[in-house]
Design a protein around this ligand. Structure first.
Ligand code: FRU
Length: 484
């Protein structure tokens, strides 16, 4: 048996054993993508190929910690029902021995080309990085072609996460990196054939431009056109908290600008975070055949507290966000859950028209662990409006301060912690609550808040409160179970 077969066999054996434990977990999610066992992080190679959506992901099948990552694989024909496929990539070769790290996929002549980072950490702690290619006919089995890009001069070995696209008959690649003087940057490459890559330079960050001195590392860059703009998404590390901004240890966000495929130049505006919650990192997008720009993100952030998630007792850790569709409105990226997710709804909605005034109310039937809540026509001109969720989380809008806040009890010490953003007006909220996650879409995607939370598994209660006269309509659906 060769090294690749051996690694795959060991992974499958461990996962088959541990997934029986994972399935006993009351916090196992009902309709979010999770690993069968082990740790999941970034979405990788997200693409519609051969009539199916493919979502590969960073996977440590042996334990609920980081390490020599595999590419796990889910496929779906509708973005709702996902099938766990066999392992796509195992870190079996010398150039990836410490992990087949994040990357992307592109179709050429009916074949799938995936680009990923081969991570190598030597005994002496020295890091090497190789941008590698693997080719597949069916999206399931990959033929590794090895490194296609070695580390250019001017960067440290923190150089990874290639995202490849085609524009004006040429291929482009952005790579997340750190410059030799320790600044976060996105580097651009171009190619005519997907194997020979020319370094075009830094398109964002480094020592110049609007993002000069913007942290010490950019991870997972993604450059794409949305309406008439070119959006660069990336996950910077090393930003200082600034009021309500940059509250998590690492961020994920974007700049908006103009990319010139002739010259490889990119001019852009200021950075904005994509999500205001606790758990959102390393997002990746793809364009599907209907022309929609779709995004998945990892519903976590790499930090010291990952091992405190109670799911580690059940041998699994982390999940993806729901798939979201991006649009650009007045220069701002909006995120909405893809419309296909309406298929998760079970039966008719429970509906209410509410008028609250200095009271807290629980509406009959508006409760549950895996539900969608649509709250529309919100009119709150003074005081505050709040939704309490399962005795653990709370969403509060202060009409006086024009601030929306998400609170949860920390899974580390139970102390209430919060994330916030400025919001001039609150008109609608769409909440997707799963057994241990919450995704809040505000004003049809103007802002989102994404978080894990761990309420008492038996607690299904929800209540609505307002300090002054507040009107709204509620619709609530139970959502189907798709994953265990
Ligand atoms: C982001 C990241 C990437 C890297 C991968 C390793 O979460 O650190 O930069 O490729 O995870 O799993």
């Amino acid at each position: 048996m060769n090294r690749d077969e051996q690694l795959r066999r060991e992974a499958v054996e461990t996962v088959n054993k541990n997934k029986q434990i994972a399935e006993q977990d009351p916090y196992r999610l009902h309709y979010h993508i999770m690993p069968p066992a082990g740790l999941l992080n970034d979405p990788n190679g997200f693409i519609q190929f051969g009539g199916k959506y493919h979502l590969y992901y960073q996977w440590m099948p042996f334990k609920t910690d980081h390490g020599a990552k595999f590419w796990g694989h889910y496929s779906s024909s509708d973005l709702v029902n996902w099938k766990h496929e066999e392992i796509a990539l195992a870190p079996s070769e010398w150039f990836e021995k410490n992990g087949c790290y994040s990357g992307s996929a592109i179709e050429r002549d009916g074949k799938l080309y995936v680009f990923y980072t081969g991570n190598v950490k030597n005994e002496d702690g020295n890091r090497e990085t190789y941008q590698c290619l693997a080719v597949s006919e069916d999206g399931l089995h990959f033929d590794k072609k090895g490194p296609v890009l070695e580390l250019p001069k001017g960067y440290t070995a923190h150089f990874r996460d290639p995202k490849v696209w085609k524009q004006d008959g040429k291929y482009f690649m952005v790579v997340g990196t750190q410059t030799a003087d320790l600044k976060g940057a996105a580097a651009l490459f171009s190619s005519g054939n997907l194997t020979d890559w020319e370094h075009k330079g830094i398109i964002a960050g480094g020592g110049t431009g609007k993002l000069k001195n913007f942290g010490y590392m950019f991870e997972c860059p993604d450059l794409f056109r949305l309406s008439d703009k070119d959006i660069l998404i990336f996950s910077p590390q090393g930003l200082e908290t600034e009021g309500m901004k940059y509250q998590n240890v690492y961020q994920a966000g974007y700049v908006t600008g103009e990319f010139n495929p002739e010259t490889g130049e990119y001019t852009h505006g200021d950075f904005d975070e994509l999500d205001r919650g606790f758990d959102f990192y390393a997002p990746q997008t793809t364009e599907d055949i209907t022309g929609r720009r779709l995004l998945f993100a990892w519903m976590s952030v790499p930090d010291q507290k990952e091992q405190d998630h109670p799911t580690t007792d059940y041998k699994w850790l982390h999940n993806m966000t729901l798939p979201r569709e991006l649009t650009l409105n007045n220069g701002k990226v909006y995120q909405q859950p893809v419309r296909e997710l309406e298929a998760l709804r079970e039966g008719e909605a429970v509906e209410y028209t509410a008028e609250l005034n200095n009271e807290t109310v629980a509406f009959n039937g508006v409760l549950g662990k895996a539900v969608e809540l649509l709250i529309e026509d919100i009119e709150v001109s003074e005081g505050w409006f709040e939704i309490s969720i399962r005795g653990n989380a709370r969403l509060v809008y202060s009409a006086n301060e024009k601030i929306l806040t998400l609170e949860r009890k920390s899974y580390t010490n139970g102390i209430v912690e919060k994330r916030q953003c400025k919001l001039a007006l609150l008109s609608s909220l769409r909440l997707f609550l799963d057994t241990s996650s919450a995704e809040v879409f505000v004003n049809e995607g103007e802002e989102t808040f994404t978080a894990r939370f761990y309420p008492d598994p038996e607690n299904k209660e929800m209540s609505f409160g307002a300090s002054q006269k507040t009107n709204f309509k509620i619709k609530k659906w139970n959502l189907q179970k798709k994953f265990i």
